[in-house]
Design a binder for this molecule. Structure first.
Ligand SMILES: Cc1cc2nc3c(=O)[nH]c(=O)nc-3n(C[C@H](O)[C@H](O)[C@H](O)COP(=O)(O)O)c2cc1C
Length: 171
């Protein structure tokens, strides 16, 4: 079984496409398994030592709708001993005051769960005002802006996945 579980929600397919790229960069489906949260459970999440929680932000600072429904399930997951990272998709130009709030809204639920968090990502190169996805001046995980900076996605994914591997994510 894959060691990494990537749990994602995606309204228009952007996050779904990016998690596909990340899965490939991590080493394919034997290494990382994809789960759409519109049909996932806490039990499925429990099976993985390494979790990537991937979401977009909608409706001005609201968690993507499938994640918004699923997020209560996190209370039934024992995060002790698990390593967690985040992927957030957003639109810095259109929503600069709520840019990629989604991972921040998930993190509020599990910050004190006992999980170890890795994959923090610099905010340089993104033009926005505010985001709930920032901790100690860094994003909680990779941030992708398909609306304005799609040309940087491939390189960002490659750099971040290399960083995750260095941090022992999935090892
Ligand atoms: C009505 C609407 C509201 C949005 N609200 C936000 C927002 O508050 N913050 C943000 O960063 N992006 C926001 N976005 C941008 C989406 O998060 C972005 O397009 C993302 O790539 C969608 O990914 P998905 O197709 O995986 O859901 C919004 C987009 C729309 C159309």
């Amino acid at each position: 079984m894959a060691k990494i579980g990537i749990f994602y929600g995606s309204t228009e397919g952007n996050t779904e496409r990016v998690v596909g790229q990340i899965q490939e960069a991590l080493g394919g489906e034997d290494v990382a398994a994809l789960h759409n949260v519109n049909s996932s459970s806490a039990e499925e999440m429990e099976q993985y030592d390494y979790l990537m929680l991937a979401c977009s932000t909608w409706d001005i600072g609201v968690l993507q709708e499938d994640w918004d429904t699923f997020v209560d399930e996190l209370e039934d997951v024992d995060f002790e001993g698990k390593t967690v990272t985040y992927l957030g998709l957003g639109d810095a130009d259109g929503y600069p005051d709520t840019f990629v709030d989604g991972p921040g809204l998930i993190h509020e639920r599990i910050a004190d769960s006992g999980a170890k968090f890795v994959g923090f990502w610099p905010t340089d190169g993104y033009d926005f005002e505010e985001s709930k996805a920032i901790i100690d001046d860094k994003f909680l995980g990779l941030v992708i802006d398909e609306d304005n900076q799609a040309d940087q996605t491939e390189e960002r994914v490659a750099t971040w996945v290399a960083q995750l591997k260095e941090e022992g994510f999935g090892a």
